[in-house]
Write a protein that binds this ligand. Structure first.
Ligand code: CTP
Length: 405
C-alpha cells in the first residue's frame, strides 16, 4: 500500500472483518496487517466456507482478537458472540463477500455467525463481493446487490478482468486500495462533508526538445496525503497532478497534466467551483524556450549549449487573487533556509489562509520521503513548529488547523 494510504492514529477503533469462502480470502490477512499498522483493533469472523480457504489460526496469529467461527462451536468466543461485534466494533467489513452471504445480508437472514453479527450491527457495514462473473451477473445477485445499496450498506463494486476460475468478466475482488479508504472513512470525522477540495501535486515537466525536459524530484506524496485525508473526512476531492507514480482509489477525481501551463489551466478552471484548495505541487517556475521540433543533435555542438528560460505562471498566486470570501486556500513553501520569513512573505504575497513550510535540505523532510518537518502559519498569525511527522499525519493536521482557523 503506498504511503498516502498509510494513515495511523485510529487508536481504540475496532474493525470487524467478515470473511467468506472465496479464493480471495487470503488477501484479508494482508489487509488486516495494514489495519493493525494504522493502530486499529481487529476482530474477525470466518464462515465455514472461508475456513476452507484460510484458517482462523492465521488471523489469530497475525493479531485478530477475537476470531469467531461457527455459531454453535463451543470454541467460538462466548455464547453472545453473534451480538458482540455490534457492541464493540466501529465498522464491519464483509469481504470477500460471496453470493450467498450477500443474499443473507440483503434479506436479513440470520442462519450463521456472520449474518447474525451483520444483522445486529448498527454501525456502517461495508460489503465487497468476489465471485465468478456468471454468478455476479445472475439476476438474483444483481437484485441483492441493489437491495444492499437501498438498505444503506456501503458497497464496493467488484472489478472486471480475469478471475480465478479462468473466466473474464466482472466479479474480481476489489483492490485493497478501494477497501482501505472505505474503512478509514467510516472511522473518520466527516468534518469536510459537503466541501469541494482541489489539490495540486507532483512535479511539472517542461519539454525542451522531443526527448529532454526540465523538472524536479517531487514524488507528489505530500499532496496525495492531503488529498486522501480530505476525502476520508468527507470532502469531494479532485487532484490536479503532474507526472507521478501514485495510485488513487476511485473516489478521488484525477486531472493529469504535464506542464505548469497545463496545471495552471486545469487549476484555474476548477477553482471557481471549489470551496478549498491546497497547492502542494512543485511547479517549475521557468520553462526552457523549446529547441524546436525533433531531437536536438550533439553533432556540431561540442562547446556546450545555452538554454533560455521563460517564466511560468504562478498557480497559487493566481488562485489567491481570484479567491472568493467563502473559499480557503493552503499553500506550501519549499525552502533551504529562512523557513519562517519565507512562509510569512508567501502567505501575504499569495493571499493564503494557511501556509506549510518544509525544509527540503534536511534528512527526513521534503522530496521523496514519507516524513516531513513543517512550520505552519495562518492568516490569523497562529504559528506552529510541528515535530518530525509522517506525511499522512501532516496532512491530517493541516485540515485540523484550517478548520479551526
Ligand atoms: N506554486 C504555484 N505555481 C508556481 C510556483 C509555486 O502554484 N509557478 C505554489 C506551490 O505549489 C507552493 C507555493 O506556490 O504551494 C510556494 O512554492 P515555492 O516553490 O516554495 O515558492 P515560489 O513561489 O516558487 O518561490 P521561490 O521558488 O522563489 O521560493
Amino acid at each position: 500500500m503506498q504511503e498516502h494510504y498509510r494513515f495511523a492514529g485510529f487508536m481504540g477503533r475496532r474493525v470487524h472483518l467478515g470473511i467468506c469462502g472465496s479464493i480471495a480470502a487470503f488477501k484479508m490477512l494482508d489487509f488486516m496487517r495494514i489495519l493493525l499498522d494504522a493502530d486499529c483493533m481487529v476482530s474477525a469472523t470466518l464462515t465455514d466456507a472461508a475456513s476452507q480457504f484460510v484458517t482462523p489460526l492465521s488471523f489469530e496469529a497475525l493479531g485478530a482478537s477475537p476470531v469467531y467461527g461457527s455459531m454453535f462451536d463451543p470454541k467460538s468466543a462466548d455464547s453472545f458472540g453473534h451480538l458482540e461485534p455490534g457492541e464493540i466494533a466501529d465498522v464491519m467489513l464483509v469481504a470477500p463477500a460471496t453470493a450467498s452471504t450477500m443474499a443473507r445480508l440483503a434479506h436479513g437472514l440470520a442462519d450463521d455467525m456472520l449474518s447474525c453479527q451483520a444483522l445486529a450491527f448498527n454501525g456502517p457495514v461495508i460489503v465487497a463481493p468476489a465471485m465468478n462473473p456468471r454468478m455476479w451477473n445472475a439476476s438474483a445477485t444483481q437484485r441483492n446487490w441493489a437491495l444492499l445499496k437501498e438498505l444503506g450498506f456501503i458497497t464496493i463494486e467488484p472489478q472486471s478482468g480475469l478471475v480465478a476460475c479462468g473466466e473474464t468478466g466482472t466479479g474480481r475482488f476489489a483492490d485493497l486500495i478501494e477497501l482501505l479508504p472505505a474503512v478509514f472513512k467510516a472511522l473518520s470525522p466527516q468534518d469536510l462533508a459537503g466541501k469541494k477540495v482541489m489539490v495540486t501535486l507532483g512535479p511539472t515537466r517542461e519539454p525542451w526538445d522531443a526527448v529532454r525536459f526540465w523538472s524536479n524530484p517531487s514524488s507528489g506524496t505530500m499532496g496525495a496525503c492531503v488529498a486522501v485525508a480530505a476525502w476520508l473526512r468527507g470532502a469531494d476531492v479532485t487532484v490536479v497532478h503532474g507526472p507521478v507514480s501514485l495510485d488513487f482509489h476511485s473516489g478521488i477525481k484525477q486531472v493529469p497534466v504535464q506542464t505548469a501551463q497545463e496545471m495552471f489551466d486545469a487549476a484555474t478552471g476548477l477553482w471557481p467551483e471549489m470551496d478549498m484548495a491546497c497547492c502542494t505541487a512543485a511547479v517549475a517556475d521557468y520553462r526552457p524556450v523549446p529547441h524546436g521540433a525533433g531531437k536536438f543533435k550533439k553533432e556540431g555542438n561540442d562547446n556546450g549549449i545555452n538554454v533560455q528560460f521563460e517564466n511560468n505562471p504562478d498557480i497559487l498566486k493566481t488562485l489567491g487573487k481570484q479567491k472568493a470570501d467563502h473559499q480557503r486556500l493552503i499553500g506550501f513553501a519549499a525552502e533551504t533556509s529562512s523557513c519562517r520569513d519565507e512562509a510569512e512573505r508567501k502567505l501575504v504575497a499569495k493571499n493564503l489562509d494557511l501556509i506549510a513550510c518544509n525544509r527540503i535540505d534536511q534528512a527526513g523532510s521534503g522530496f521523496g520521503v514519507s516524513t516531513n518537518r513543517i512550520f505552519v502559519l495562518d492568516a490569523h498569525g497562529r504559528k506552529e513548529q510541528w515535530p518530525h511527522l509522517k506525511k499522512t499525519e501532516v496532512a491530517w493536521r493541516l485540515w485540523d488547523h484550517l478548520l479551526l482557523a
